[in-house]
Design a protein. Structure first.
Length: 430
């Protein structure tokens, strides 16, 4: 059976890329398999957690949880300073200095979490107004962001060391703990939106502790000054880029909340979760292995060629797949969440565009800092454009407008990156 599967994979690989599978390609796909297994099982638990939460809480209370997790996911980028990405790149490129890089990264992130949490709490009344949420929701988001930051730095260190199998096991454990906590709370009849938030926080903290124990040989809690500047400089660009990349589709929820209401946020998130979240899950599984692998390579042109070859298949296979996932998942959410084919189609297109844009972003981030800077500036420009698009389209076309603004924004971003990529290749040919 395994032999037949390998032969099928080899055939598909040769059909798509017009070449035989190398040992490096086989190793890459093997790590993808580990990541897909661990992250896939975790996704099943998270899916159950999200859907049950939505059914138990109802759209309005579920909308409150959505706002906490969305704002917390934004604040998390500020708390990590992009160091979680920098540690992957620099350990992949400098394995002999891995202990110095990892220890310095841990300390810098811990300092950032404590410092920024104090600032956010001190100015919570002012900052919460910027997000159009209550101070209580914002403070919960700060706590959420802090524990998400701890979780992320620990698992990204595993990525930097290419311990994909171990990483996948910890991710699977996170999903299992999350789902078990929800079931326990449900049996005790104590499910509120706050308990949903704290279930996630507990799960993050548990994985952080277990992963850190596992990495204890690399962590001395001492700062190596020679790595501080490099980690912070590269981390700053990637932090800003990643933050705006993740915030771009999430921004739609904030516009829906501002112009429509919490009930509409809950409905919008059901579509978002069953399409864009699915696309982001597959994207995450791929990037988990892709980024540390491509960071090691000096000549990246062959990787770029492969991205171009898989692009048509992403649209041909991806859009029908995401429409199907929405049709199934929306029905599971329950009667409060009505199916709308036009909305499903737009969300499917948006999911594929986000996936493709993400591949190019990480390709640029694996190169020298000037390329990372360009990718980040492109994402900032997209974010600025999306503020105008989102505000206009949501006000006039409601949920359809929110997802349509995402499509326009990511199309613009892809055109810019592809034009810059062509310029780089032409320059290298000269």
């Amino acid at each position: 059976m395994i032999k037949i599967i390998k032969e099928k994979i080899n055939s598909i690989y040769e059909f798509v890329f017009k070449e035989k599978m190398s040992q490096n390609a086989f190793s890459f796909l093997k790590n993808i398999r580990y990541a897909l297994f661990g992250y896939g099982l975790a996704a099943v638990f998270v899916f159950g957690f999200e859907v049950l939460s939505g059914r138990i809480l109802g759209p309005e209370e579920y909308g409150k949880y959505v706002l906490v997790s969305s704002i917390g996911s934004f604040l998390f980028f500020l708390m990590t300073l992009g160091i979680n990405t920098a540690v992957i790149k620099y350990v992949a490129e400098n394995e002999e200095n891995s202990k110095h890089i990892i220890s310095t990264s841990y300390v810098l992130v811990l300092i950032a979490i404590l410092s920024l949490s104090l600032i956010f709490f001190a100015f919570s009344s002012q900052i919460s107004n910027l997000f159009s949420v209550s101070e209580y929701i914002f403070n919960l988001a700060v706590v959420f962001a802090g524990f998400l930051s701890l979780y992320t730095i620990s698992v990204d260190v595993l990525r930097s060391l290419h311990q994909i199998k171990k990483l996948s096991l910890f991710r699977m454990l996170y999903g299992a703990v999350l789902f078990i906590l929800l079931i326990a709370l449900f049996l005790q009849k104590q499910v509120l939106f706050e308990t949903i938030v704290f279930s996630i926080i507990i799960s993050y903290f548990l994985i952080f502790i277990l992963t850190t124990i596992n990495l204890r040989q690399y962590i001395s809690l001492k700062i190596n000054k020679s790595w501080v500047q490099r980690l912070l400089k590269y981390g700053l660009y990637t932090m800003i880029g990643e933050m705006f990349f993740i915030l771009l589709p999430i921004l739609g929820k904030i516009f829906v909340n501002k112009h429509l209401g919490l009930k509409d946020v809950g409905i919008y998130n059901a579509y978002y979760f069953s399409s864009i979240n699915i696309a982001l899950f597959l994207y995450t599984v791929f990037i988990v292995v892709f980024f540390p692998m491509i960071s090691r390579k000096e000549d990246k042109s062959s990787i770029l060629a492969k991205i171009e070859k898989i692009t048509p298949y992403l649209f041909i296979l991806g859009i029908p797949f995401l429409i199907l996932t929405q049709a199934v998942i929306i029905k599971i959410y329950g009667a409060f969440y009505a199916a709308n084919f036009i909305l499903m189609l737009l969300f499917a297109i948006a999911g594929i565009l986000i996936f493709l844009y993400g591949l190019y972003i990480w390709f640029f981030y694996s190169m020298e800092i000037s390329k990372a800077r360009f990718a980040t500036l492109t994402t900032i420009a997209m974010f600025t454009a999306n503020i105008f698009f989102g505000s206009y389209f949501v006000k006039n076309f409601f949920e359809l407008g929110a997802v349509f603004s995402i499509i326009i924004t990511f199309l613009i971003g892809l055109i810019i990156l592809l034009a810059y990529k062509t310029t780089i290749l032409n320059r290298n040919e000269r």
